[in-house]
Design a protein around this ligand. Sequence first.
Ligand code: FES
Ligand code: FES
Length: 212
Amino acid sequence: MSDKDKKQDTNISRRSFIKGVGTGTVAATVVPAAILVGNEKTAEAQTDQAISKAEIQLNINDTVYEIEVEARTTLLTVLRDGIDTGGNNVDLTGAKLICDRGECGGCTVLVDGKAVYACMMLAMDAQGKQITTVEGIANGDNLHPIQEAFVKHDAMMCGFCTPGFIVSSVALLNENRKPTLTEIKEGLSGNTCRCGTYPFIFDAVETASEKM
Ligand code: FES
Ligand code: FES
């Protein structure tokens, strides 16, 4: 083989090699694209699945409601967005949506008598349970002792955290009728008051416990 032929051969080989690598590169970019399309389809199917709706029954404040929910709907969303009872929309907006991540306690409701963050509970999981919101704490026009005590001690400023504190206080007193100050602080440690009304809230719980 002449030097010229060798050179040509080398060039061809190099060109072929580069072409081969190029093809490989194209293939490498095509394959993930195909995977992506597949993933998109999977994601679409998952979304379709996620938004499928179901009819459930929820017992809220001693009334049973038939409600259509998505699998991802939280109990708090059901309460706050209104329950359509065929013309009469029931809005239970006492439980507040503040952090939406189980940190502030503003959305606290009672589930079978225990304090629960409604933003962290799926509506579907609340089936078959007794749900009590702050709207269901009073007995008709008669305030619950804890509500009376909050008024008496002026245990609120902006009032945004108050429904959550009232519900948590009821849960605490249901379990422990005569809590010490330390137990009150522990029992309400899942609730946050940005206005700093804690001392008045603790006084209110002590007063309510004496009355109950
Ligand atoms: S909104 Fe539920 S804990 Fe804050
Ligand atoms: S009274 Fe304002 S956050 Fe508690």
